[in-house]
Each structure stands twice: as C-alpha cells, then as structure tokens.
Design a protein around this ligand. Structure first.
Ligand SMILES: [Zn+2]
Length: 308
C-alpha cells in the first residue's frame, strides 16, 4: 500500500487553489506535513511517541507500529479491525499486532475533516495526553492540511439501524446533515446530561465544543482497575476523577457537561472507523466503544441500510 501522497495529487489548477480555503469541492484532505508528540499510555503507563503523517487518497486512517518487524507494522483503523472495546477501542492486524486507545486521535482527525492519515506509534497504545483530543488537534494544525484531488464519498444512511445492551443503545437513522446526539446517565452517580451536534468541519464546531472534553472515571472503579494491573497511567493529569459525586481534579471541569461531551467525542472517533464520513443521525444513550462498534457492524451487515 502506498501511504505517502503522490506527486499526482499535488495539483496546481487555479480552481483547486481557490477551493482550498473552504474545501468547497468536497475533496478529500490529508496532512501537508508531519508532526510528533510524546506521552504515556493510559493503560500501560509507559512512554510512547506518536507521529501524524500524510496518507494517500482513499487510504483512510492507518496505524504503523514502528517497534515491530516491517512486515507486521500496518494496522488499518476500520470497524472490522476492532478487536476489543472493553476499556478503549483496540485494533489488530492479521499478524496479531495491535494498537489500543485509538479513539481520541481518530476523533481529532475526523473532527478536523482529515480523511487520510498515517499514525505512527512506537508501542501498543496511543498516548493519552490530557485525556481529550486537544493535543491531537494542535498536532494536526502544526502539520496543516492539504487537499487531495479525490472526492469524499459519504456513507448515506437509508434506514434506521439500532443496537442495544440493557438500557444502553445506539442508533443511526437517515438525515440530510451529519448529526450526533448523546445522552449520558451514570445510574444516579451523576446528573443526567445530553448533547447534540450538527457536524460542520468548516466551522470547527468539533474543536470548539468537543475536542477538549476529557476522559472521566469513578474513583471507586479506579481502585478495582489498578488492582487488576489496568489503567496504570491514569491520573488526575489525564482523567477527570469523580469521588462520591464530586470532581477530584483541582482545576474542576472544562464544561459543566464535560462527561457527555466526552462520550460524544468517543463516538465520533469510533464511527469514523466506518471508512468514510456518515451522512445520517447518530443517537446514543450511554453508548460506549462496544455499542459504537456493534452499530457499524450492524449497519454493514445490511446492504439495504446504506449506500455511498
Ligand atoms: Zn475517550
């Protein structure tokens, strides 16, 4: 697979240049250059370096594990390479090489309107950074965007598709605009929160409204996870921690409804694994990584539910 942008994509027509500002022609976008950050894996607690690079048209999001043998490095980030959703979204290639916690960097790429990118990591987990997508948005800005002379194909939802587990459910239904709605209730441990967004990459509403919303967790659950050797890198630097209904982080919340905003950020990252932007309305009630992935599997199992 050719990953880097080819010379053929470097267009110089006047129309192309004029269209670049707002991408009025609906062309695919990738990064113009590369950008790197370092952090720790939230589950391993180990340092990891991540580099965003340009990806060729129609290649989507592809991870490269630089710490493994060359023949096994590539891991396409797609709904059908997702192998675990228990604590985060994890993808695995046919050689059994995986990368975990991909959702926040994918959400940043999708939220910024980047359709094709290579994401290099030198370990099994994307760095958690501050628990949100904010640092990845900054990386994308550092690398800046480049239009590619290939039209964006959207996945149009033709009829409702729904999945549920207990009281949690997720739904995709037809809509003329890409819409996301999420409700979050923590079984009385927190006040119920709901949120809705009509996505518009040209007005950066993902960046302004969602990208800074952080991962959150309950103090009581953290004790349990740590005892199992999980969430070794989790701390107040990268997670909003709630103890007996109170936020433990000194700085408090970034938004009064930061929890539901983060659930929506996660859903945007998970749904971006569809392989193309979805033209439809996503609705979730307490929908997490597992249901988000099941929803895509249910969608693609029914040819009459969608079209390009
Ligand atoms: Zn998350």
């Amino acid at each position: 697979m050719e990953l880097m942008g080819s010379v053929a994509e470097s267009l110089d027509s006047a129309a192309f240049s004029q269209g670049a500002d707002l991408n009025v022609f609906g062309w695919q976008q990738t990064l113009a250059s590369s950008a790197t950050c370092t952090g720790i894996g939230v589950h391993s607690g180990k340092p990891v370096t991540l580099t965003l690079r340009p990806g060729s048209a129609n290649s989507g999001y592809v991870f490269i594990r630089t710490d493994v043998a060359a023949h096994a490095q590539l891991i396409p980030a797609r709904w059908d390479t997702v192998t675990d959703t228990a604590m985060c979204t994890k993808i695995t290639n046919s050689q059994g090489v995986s990368v975990s916690t991909i959702e926040h960097v994918i959400a940043a790429l999708a939220g910024r309107g980047v359709h094709n990118a290579v994401i290099e990591v030198d370990g099994p987990e994307v760095p958690i950074m501050d628990g949100s997508s904010a640092d990845f948005m900054e990386l994308i800005d550092q690398a800046s965007l480049r239009l590619q002379h290939h039209p964006v194909r959207q996945i149009k939802i033709l009829k409702p598709v729904e999945v549920s587990v207990g009281k949690s459910w997720a739904l995709l239904k037809p809509s003329d605009e890409p819409k996301f709605s999420m409700e979050f209730n923590a079984n009385g441990r927190l006040a119920n929160q709901s949120w809705s967004l009509t996505y518009d990459p040209d007005h950066d509403n993902f960046e302004d409204l969602l990208s800074a919303a952080r991962t959150f967790g309950f103090y009581e659950d953290a004790q349990h996870l740590w005892a199992q050797g999980l969430a070794q890198g989790a701390s107040l630097k990268n997670t909003v921690v709630i103890k007996e209904g109170q936020v433990m982080n000194e700085e408090g919340l970034r938004f009064s409804d930061e929890f539901v905003r983060h659930k929506m950020l996660d859903a945007i990252g998970d749904l971006a694994l569809a392989g193309a932007p979805i033209l439809g309305h996503f609705r979730g009630v307490n929908s997490g990584h597992g249901l988000n992935n099941q929803l895509l599997r249910a969608l693609f199992a029914d040819d009459s539910a969608w079209c390009f």
